[in-house]
Write a protein that binds this ligand. Sequence first.
Ligand code: NAD
Ligand code: MN
Length: 505
Amino acid sequence: MATVKEQSFEQLEMKREVYHLIINGKRVNSENGETFTTYNPATGEAIATVAKASKEDAEKAVLAARNAFDFGKWRHFPVNKRSRVLNKIASIMRARFNELVELEILDSGKSLSAAQGQVMQAIEDFEFYAGAIVGHRGVVNNVPGAFHNYTEKEPVGVCAQIIPWNYPLMMAAWKVAPAIAVGCSVVVKPATLTPLTAILLGEICIEAGVPEGVVNIIPGAGSEVGNYLVEHEKVDKVAFTGSTPIGKNIMERASKTLKRVTLELGGKSPNIVFNDADVDAAVDGSLFGIFYNTGQSCEARSRLYVHEDIYDEFIEKFTLKTKKLVLGNPLNKETHVGAIISRDQLEVIDGYVKSAIEDGATIVTGGKEAKLDGLENGHWYEPTIITNVNHDMKAVREEIFGPVVVVMKFSDEKEVIKLANDSEFGLGSAIWTKDHGRATRVANQIQAGIVMVNCPFSAFPGTPFGGYKQSGFGRELCIETLDLYTETKSIISYYGSRPLNPFGV
Ligand code: NAD
Ligand code: MN
């Protein structure tokens, strides 16, 4: 993997001072000329000015996307030609890998290794769908009688794609790649906290040969631009990644025009360590499971259940390693844990920790804002372990979305399955055990879209990603996603020699 030269923020030259909306294949200012500033969460410094989309820009983007879909050539390209363009997008991203990594770090405060992995995965998503689309076909059915039935997969149309701030480029890739692979047009709304890499992705798509209007990028407020897209009658589908309350609101609004909806929402994923686990591997995996991406991860394993036989040993080792985690300049490769995205989010996290303390929980380590030399204006939170908790506590039931894990003790398999499933969410889950039978049994009973067995990783191109219950529905990152961006058309054709006369009149 290519590496970014280590450097301080002062030395790092911003690629550009102003970023524009991408509408109809062009960089444009917003109609009303409004802009906003995006900040570096690690330093608190402003890094760029960004054109701020309003309803007028959303309207322009939807019309551009509609026009490209209804009258343009993209969806009619032979599939291998679309595939070639997707591969071209990936190759431009590879060539600009360092720039994308740097921008992602600056805009989101995530650590170098996290940003590298995510940018690489975004690239591989385009490569995956460049291949997958070639094999995405309808079927031929054997219908009794002289009937030939075949199905065609047709692009669903104009898709609004709403992106969160925690994986700004990767989530955009998860959505844009499958949608344009099948021939849809997209209007992408990045989060205003982290708009830069999605804008670059839009520019790269155009450079790679995606025709004008097929990919539009319009950062703006969710309450204005997001809502407008969700209610627009010329938008056929909404794909949303974000919090559960907003996902519910979107589904309700989208129902007015019966849009296709896919929702990737919040989580509170259980991480279960049995007494027959390799304790050291479970410690390392659990550490990554919660503190990767500063805990700002939908599939963060934030509820840790440890068997009573190994509880003390586990907690001791887990605490020791948590204390070893390095917070600091995200551009340094030694940094494990990056910044919290914003002051507001930091306060939300701290509020959860305080609520746990009020509820009688114990803070084993962390539990407060971290102050870092030279990065005093950034947003930092100490990796936090909380014990003495139960399922009535807010910190155990709700998604904290920060570097905070709650730990509980259990004594048997049935009990822990019940506890793991006692949540409104159902996104990720992890099991640590050497017993293959147990792993299979528990995996089978967990109500979650993803089960990791002796493994801390949850997302690879080709691997279905998505939730059960209130973590949403629809799967991304996989072949099935292509179906979620297409309509199936069934064509029934009679080939008999005698004319049909069903009424017999
Ligand atoms: P959020 O719900 O606040 O915002 C997500 C996006 O929706 C942003 O672009 C925002 O501007 C937009 N938005 C806000 N209000 C809107 C509205 N009324 N209509 C349309 N769009 C609107 O979430 P966030 O804080 O940016 O991201 C964190 C959340 O995302 C967490 O809950 C996390 O679990 C979830 N998440 C889920 C996954 C997954 O795959 N399941 C992945 C990443 C993040
Ligand atoms: Mn930012």
